[in-house]
Structures are given as structure tokens and as C-alpha cells.
Design a protein around this ligand. Sequence first.
Ligand code: SF4
Length: 412
Amino acid sequence: MKDDKSSANGEEPPSGQRLQLLKEFHSAGRGYWHDVLDADWNDWRWQLKHRITTAEQLQRLMPTLTPEEFAGAKLANTKLALAITPYFFNLIDPADENCPVRLQVIPKLAETQTAPWEMSDPCGEDSHSPVPGLVHRYPDRVLFLVTDRCAAYCRYCTRSRLVSNATGYDFHPEFDKQIEYIAQHSEIRDVLLSGGDPLLLSDDKLENLLSRLRAIPHVEFLRIGSRIPTFLPQRITPELCAMLKKFHPLFVSIHSNHPRELTTEVRDAVGRLADAGIPLGNQSVLLKHVNDDPVVMKALVQKLLMCRVKPYYLYQCDLISGSAHLRASVSTGLEIMEQLRGHTTGYAVPQYVIDAPGGGGKVPINPEYVLCRNAGRVLIRNYEGKVFEYPEAPDGTPTGKPPKEIAEPQLV
Ligand code: SF4
């Protein structure tokens, strides 16, 4: 795996060069599985069947596994199962303990340490669940949990209480009850399928579910949230895309956190979804040593646009139990947003949000651009730090004063 941080002489390249290196597209390659038939390697069911799921397998494939990781992998199945597709495993740099891909999927012993303010359900989903597997927190939309299984498991997962069923959570969603609730609530115009990963369902099962939702007259809009395009791009088959395009308007939100995850395989897979007319967004989680760096984040968002995916949300990592070692600070997140807004294409800038602990929903977090607002003027700051006055009476009518740049903002 190419080290995107070091140059030929071992020194970190300048940020412009580093950005370009991070934005290069590479294939994940075959690695350990070099003699597997193409037909098998490209078959999503083969990838699922050959996932790495035990500490011993991990150690055999990656002798550089640290004691902290081995111990974490041993304990993982009591908290959140260990599973990594062979495809995604090939993106890990075995020589780098802080490899940004490795940190996301290989458990560490630190996961077993829970701080007093951490929670098993940090977004308060269970308390907003009128029927099992349905979360109705916002007025006009619902979250429909279709499965508790994923192609691989993210060590910072907000729903680790239920996904993989390692903790014995009682997850038995009944599609009939969920659909009945949606049909009875005419205010629900938007249904987001999530989980676990909805694209793990077979094409037939997913088509059946989408047909039943489409048949509800007040459901205007369907969404699927999925990490499959990055964990298992082989799943994005032409047949799946042909089926999904029957249910427009249908949006898909993918999940990627580091530019290395955007391989040629992922670019092709999301290209198939885009060709099926599906608008694509990306959700990232701000993670320590993964993407808490403005250059890495800029490379990620620019590379997403090259894949026809709009960066949608950047989440502050939820206060999920055992995630402190992966959580970056809010001030780091704000600094990254400051380095994106104005410095790159507006389409590339995601909305940074904190999902308010306990169930308050997503709250947008932005650097301060409005410095002062009072009767007669609004003072604003641009991405270069220049200050401008926008004249405005309290009711919004012009005041007659011309707009101006404040030459000496420190005197304002
Ligand atoms: S794919 Fe999503 S639901 Fe599954 S483990 Fe990762 S964050 Fe959690």
C-alpha cells in the first residue's frame, strides 16, 4: 500500500503535493487473495463469505498486528463483531499502526473503556421508536432500520448496540408494522432506509420493500444510507442499479472517511449508481488520526466530487461507548471547515453537525462568519478574514448607506 504521507526521502511532502497524492485513484488490488478467480473476487457473496472475522485470521494475514489490536479483536465479539471484507482489508497499510483504514475497522482494547459521559444509544434513537426498527424523531421523516448486519463493522458505529448483535440487543424489526406506521402517518414524506446496511438485502427483498413504500401516496422521497459502496463495491451490480432506478426519487448516501477508501472500484460502483440517475451524497465521521487534518479532508471532498458524490454531512463523532480514542475535538472540526469554505468548491463543502446527545437531532456547527448584527448593519467575515458591512434596517429594507469593506477590522 502506497504511503500517502511520505515522499521518496521519507519526509512529509508539502501540502499541495500531499493533496495530489491523496487524490490519486488506485485499485485495492488482490493482496493475499492473488490467486482467487476474477469471478469469485468480483462476486459480493464471495467477499462476504470470506470476511476476516477472528483475531487469529487477522494475525495470520497481518503479522504486524499490535498486542492492543489483538486483544481488542479477541474481545470484539462481545461488543461489536469484527468483520472486514477481503477487498477492504487490502486498503490497510500493515506497516502503519496509524493507517487511517486500519483504525476504522480493526478493534483495539481501548474500545472496552467507557467514559462516564459515553452512551450505548448516544442519539436517543430507542426513545423515539414508535414501533421496533423505526425511528420517528423529526416531523416529516423516519429512519427505517432494515437489518442489523453490515458488510464490515466500523469501530465508532453509533448503532453498535444493535449492529452485529454482539450485545444481544433485541432487534426484530417487523416490516409490516413499520410500513403500517408510515401508512398511518400522512406527515411522513421521507423514508430513510438504514440499519445495518440495507444493501445487504437481496435485490428481491429490497425491491419488495421499496415497492411497498412507493405505494404509500404521501411518501414523496426515499433514501438509502449505505457503507456498502466503500466496503463492498462488488455489491453495486448493474442488476441492483436497474432495480433501484424504478423507485425515483431515490437518493443514496454513502459513507467514506478517508480518500484512500475511494478506489477505482468505488469510483466505478458509484458511477453505476449515478448512471442510474441516483443522486449521491457522502457522510463522514470526524475521526482522530483518520481525517482530522484539513489536507486529508480536502482530498476526500474533492475526490468525492470526482466520483459524482456530493459531500453531505461531516459528523462530530457521537458519544458512543468506547470511542474516545477515535474522537477528534469540535475545535478541530471547526478548523477543518474553516479550511474548506471558500478554499474549495462550494459543492465540496459538507455540513458539519453534532447529533445532539440524547436525541436532540442534528445541529449544524459552523465557524463564525456573522461578527455582529444590529439595527442598521450586519458585519460579516469572509474566508480570508476580511470584514465587510452589509447595511440593513431591522425590517430588511436598505438603509441608504453603501455596503463597504472594513479596512481595519481590529477597530470594529
Ligand atoms: S456500516 Fe454503518 S451501521 Fe454498519 S458498522 Fe459502519 S457505521 Fe455502523
